[in-house]
Design a binder for this molecule. Structure first.
Ligand code: CP
Length: 321
């Protein structure tokens, strides 16, 4: 594997899941694979889980790790071609990327959506520049539209905790004070469509996700109906994806607290497990009682980020030329 941003990059999903569970039982089995190889993790945005879990995964594989926080200590980067660079940006990404590629064997990139121009974000402009100009394998650590390491970790968690052979999984929008990208719900939807689950998405009207990610999922605007019989409830906020009205792209259309997941919402489910990628705004997205309750999986999900990253890096290292 040379690039990782979507579920199909892994090939057969069942094999990848099996490999993840094997690695979880012996996470240092491939410690020789990354000897004298260097991972560069490039962050344009903040992170707790991705930073720590991906670094730990690289250490499991014996790699060296360099972390670059672009906004803390590096030159301020211009990302647009054709700009006259007479402002505060001292270096262009088109030089910076190949330079970064000189010092490493593999690159992970975190670059969130700007939520101003849908075409720019959905073209994955920054991530694809790393693919094109770094000369290195590149993987997504949450880009403008996808967060595959999170979705893979979520799927591993569902596999571990499911009680039915084919569980019902519900992705529900929940309120948040700020405009957030669609990367997490996009990837979650993409991966659930590829998994052996019954998948339902629920959100207020206007929050329709891109059809490329919705796939065959059932979309139900009545949150209570959607949650009925759910085995897993995955809550997440996202800003307007601009599918039904492009002018609304990146806007907060609703802060309706009736969508906050509380004990009453969970009582409509099949004693569902609660899931969220974290970080989470308590008592906006989910109440204290639910996130602290016995069916909450938020910590196991975070723990599985180490496992998903170990599988992805292992596969990239195996194919290094
Ligand atoms: N879930 C997740 O990616 O967390 P961070 O933003 O802290 O990395």
């Amino acid at each position: 594997m040379r690039y990782f941003s979507k579920v199909t990059d892994l090939g057969d999903l069942q094999s990848a899941l099996q490999e993840a569970l094997e690695i979880k039982n012996n996470r240092f089995k491939y410690v020789e694979l990354g000897k004298n190889k260097t991972l560069l993790m490039v962050f344009f945005n903040s992170s707790l889980r991705t930073r720590l879990s991906t670094q730990k995964a690289a250490m499991n594989l014996g790699m060296n790790v360099i972390v670059l926080d672009v906004n803390q200590g590096a030159w301020k980067l211009e990302t647009e071609r054709g700009v006259i660079m007479d402002g505060d940006k001292s270096e262009h990404l088109l030089e910076a990327i190949p330079v970064m590629g000189c010092y490493c064997d593999v690159i992970g990139v975190r670059s969130f959506a700007r939520l101003k121009d849908r075409d720019y974000d959905y073209a994955e402009t920054v991530f694809n520049q790393f693919v094109k100009y770094s000369g290195r394998p590149v993987f997504a650590m949450e880009t403008a539209t996808v967060h595959p390491l999170q979705a893979f970790a979520d799927l591993i968690t569902i596999e571990e905790y499911k009680e039915a052979k084919r569980p019902k999984v519900v992705l529900t929008w929940a309120p948040h004070p700020k405009a957030l990208p669609q990367a997490v719900p996009n990837s979650f939807a993409e991966w659930m469509n590829a998994a052996d689950v019954d998948f339902v998405i629920t959100h207020p009207e206007g929050y329709e996700l891109d059809p490329a990610f919705v796939g065959d999922a059932v979309v139900e605007y009545d949150q209570r109906k959607a949650l009925e019989g759910a085995d897993f409830v995955y809550a997440k906020n996202w800003s307007c994806p601009g599918v039904t009205n492009l002018a609304d792209y990146g806007q907060v259309l609703s802060k309706d607290m009736k969508w906050t997941i509380d004990e009453e919402h969970m009582s409509w489910t099949n004693d569902a497990h609660f899931m969220h990628c974290l970080p989470v705004r308590r008592n906006m997205i989910v109440t204290d009682d639910v996130i602290e309750g016995p069916r909450s999986l938020v910590i196991p999900e975070a723990a599985n980020r180490e496992i998903s990253a170990t599988v992805v890096l292992k596969r990239i290292l195996e194919d290094l030329k």
